[in-house]
Design a protein around this ligand. Structure first.
Ligand code: NAP
Length: 296
């Protein structure tokens, strides 16, 4: 097989929103699949996906989308995976690869794993890429370029299936890392889930304050607040599902964060300037290393 030959005959995307439509576009644009179809629970979203020319066929019926597919990728919110797992179960065929793009990974093993018979390969994935927008109009083929995609195949997964999914993500511009689902969930709790929780909290607090004190939070938002509002504009359903499905790791991380916040609070109260300055200097170097790693 040459590097440009399609890796899959027919890919079925379940849920054609921001990530699903970006993946569908990329699979076509970079020649990864001969054909890309989708299933979405909303007839309007299906119509939009067809109108935008993102997929060859769009349907509200999951079995119709799975017909002839050699790869099925779940791109709906993590909270829908148990229901989607039940819907795909009767239509699985030997040799099929089942994957997903969910932001939480242990939940995939829990919700999809039990439905898969021997000979069907589960290779969960998480592209660490996205925007605060939702829906098929928001997607674009280059979303995954230069970004990480983390694959979390359970122990014993067919090596050929893992290789094929690795090749898929590489072909559409991502760097692939393979790790255990539980490790993924702990790492993302601090790098993604906690920052979102903090942003949701700050923006909520500021909006309450603006109402009660009639202050000018929006007007002077460029002082730092504005960056949080972008994160806090992320999809509410997606983030509800992430917190409910990565509860343990998020609560552990939140506990550590609360202790560290209390230490800073104490330094401010007691006028411990050196401690504050040392802390802020340390965090500044983290920003520099993110820039050096081209992840800024
Ligand atoms: P999105 O734009 O809201 O798209 C999700 C789509 O799935 C919507 O069209 C939704 O329909 C549909 N859907 C919901 N339940 C379904 C079901 N049971 N069957 C079929 N379709 C269903 O969301 P997204 O941002 O693309 O996120 C999708 C997945 O990617 C999530 O698992 C998320 O954790 C993961 N992810 C997101 C990002 C990001 O930054 N956004 C990054 C990495 C990974 P309705 O509109 O009718 O609900």
């Amino acid at each position: 097989m040459t590097d440009t030959a399609p890796l899959f005959d027919r890919v079925a995307i379940i849920g054609i929103g921001l990530i699903g439509s970006s993946l569908a576009r990329a699979l076509t644009e970079y020649g990864v699949a001969r054909s890309v179809v989708c299933a979405d629970r909303s007839i309007d979203v299906c119509a939009k996906a067809m109108e935008l020319g993102i997929v060859e066929m769009a349907t509200t019926e999951i079995p119709v989308a799975m017909d002839g597919a050699d790869l099925v990728v779940l791109c709906s919110p993590v909270g829908s995976f148990a229901e989607v797992g039940e819907a795909i179960a009767p239509h699985l065929r030997e040799g099929m690869i089942i994957s997903d793009v969910g932001s939480v990974k242990q939940a995939v093993l829990r919700d999809i794993g039990p439905h898969l018979p021997d000979g069907v390969h589960l290779v969960p994935g998480h592209p660490v890429a996205g925007t605060e927008h939702s829906g098929p109009e928001a997607g674009f083929a280059s979303l995954f370029q230069g970004r990480w995609c983390i694959l979390t195949p359970p122990p014993g997964t067919d090596a050929g299936a893992v290789e094929k999914m690795t090749a898929l993500w590489r072909r559409i511009g991502s760097t692939v890392e393979i790790m255990e689902a539980s490790h993924h969930d702990r790492v993302l709790a601090i790098t993604s889930h906690l920052p979102h929780l903090i942003a949701y909290t700050i923006v909520g607090t500021a909006s309450d304050l603006e109402e009660t004190t009639k202050s000018e939070v929006i007007k002077f938002s460029a002082g730092g607040f504005r960056d949080f509002t972008r994160i806090a504009a992320s999809d509410p359903v997606m983030w509800r599902d992430i917190f409910l499905n990565n509860r343990e790791a998020v609560l552990d991380t939140l506990q550590r964060f609360t202790e560290d916040l209390t230490a800073l609070q104490r330094a401010i109260r007691w006028g411990e300037g050196q401690q504050l300055q040392d802390h802020f200097s340390k965090t500044r170097t983290i920003r520099r290393s993110i820039i050096d790693a081209k992840q800024a």
